[in-house]
Design a protein around this ligand. Structure first.
Ligand code: SF4
Length: 84
């Protein structure tokens, strides 16, 4: 089994257009079950989703930066300070 890499080869690839610098699973999900963004940017899709859907950090005691939105049942992948 391989661990999720958060598609680091995509999200930091400056050869890709900005809108494509997201994990493959985020881009390919037809129901938009995952959101990706920088929570330090209040205008990011992730920040807006957290504010509007009352998201919270998942297991902060473990030093994670992934957030969870219980209203949607979605996991957010965060662009900054993410632990793989
Ligand atoms: S971010 Fe998604 S597509 Fe990329 S490695 Fe992790 S689970 Fe797979």
């Amino acid at each position: 089994m391989k661990k999720c890499t958060l598609c680091a080869d995509r999200i930091y690839n400056e050869n890709l257009p900005e809108e494509e610098r997201k994990p493959a699973c985020v881009l390919s999900c037809p129901t938009r079950a995952r959101v990706f963004g920088d929570i330090d940017d209040p205008q990011s899709e992730a920040s807006i989703a957290i504010r509007e859907k009352h998201g919270y950090r998942l297991m902060p005691e473990a030093g994670t930066d992934a957030s969870y939105l219980p209203a949607w049942g979605q996991v957010l992948f965060l662009a900054e300070n993410t632990i793989y």
